[in-house]
Design a protein. Sequence first.
Length: 422
Amino acid sequence: MSIFVFGINHQTAPLAVREQVAFAAEQLPAILHTVAATPGVEEAVVLSTCNRTEFYTAGLPHSERPLVDWLVQHKTFERALIDRHFYHYGEQQAVRHTLRVACGLDSRVVGEPQILGQIKDAYHTAVASGTTGKQLNKLMQYTFAVAKKVRTGTAIGATPVSVAYAAVRLARQVHGELNTRRALLIGAGDTIELVAQHLRGQHIAELVFANRTLERAQKLAVTLGGRAIPLTQMPAALAAADIVITATAARLPVVTRAMLEAAIKARRFNPMFVVDLAVPRDVEASASELADVYLYTVDDLDQVIAENLDLRQVAARQAETIVDVHAREFMEWVQSLDGNETIVAYRRQIDAIAQDLVGKAERRLAGGEDPHQVLAGLARALTNKLIHHPTAKIREAASEGRLEFIDHARELLAITRDLPPA
């Protein structure tokens, strides 16, 4: 069995490419089944966030080509774009990458905690879809334990540098103090909840939560303060918002240029600060052309995030060491698993040979043959069966001059190297 990772992230592709291969949560069960049905793949987990889409697989040794073919077929994605933007890892490098992702070491924001929850959600979806097995179950459980160890054993999460924090930090740079400002938050997931917490920390004057499912927005409003509105009321609410931050799972923009244009007119061209944290994007891209709309996407937050990253670099180096040690440890388990499977298969094969020969011997005894001759025949037949294939392979190796193979065979068969007679 081999472990394999194939994916794309914020380091290898811009937002315009990443959003073409972003999957909504409701799409994942069907996607998991088709991925698990590709040649060589026996287990699959699919992770899709605003910064990455990754396929974690286990199965027979294979290259990335089956997954490339699948992506071309299911997303009509150009093969040249895949070759340019996607990466692939196998075995220990795949394990190491998985651990780094879960620990936040591969994130846009080093050490950000949300990614671990996203991987857990992806894994639970795969378990519910029946696309995981012994390898990925073990890898994911091991990954969660290592991530917890990094989180508690280093200072990697000590300073706030999430995209939610960066969005609020940028809002302060644009507006100054936020205690007289009103914010409209579109969506009701973890990112929006974290944004609301940071805004509350800056004493925002008003919070309005807009979401397709009103109950979820109401829950956030009760927990964090503010009020909730259905998404249908969002266009009208834009005019009152100084700050708009959106992070939904919609496949098409929920905030159009026309909506923002109307809002700006109603505000008498008082500027609006808009941050789109969604992939695919929630805000129509052409809205950035409006003079009084300051629109930022997740890819625009790097500079804000960089200011706090230096504080995490020492912790990140410690975390990398932990990840390297545990990646090797996991691969030792995988290799021992391969050995155990080989032993079980070999025992099964020998048992089948023995049962076949014993059955033949029993039939000879039932036919009245001499028991001594039957037992002698059984011993000879068993010996011949067991040594036939090893003998043939040793002769083949000797004829080809593969002395190392013969030495391994001696070690495996516990053959002492006797000197020829003098």
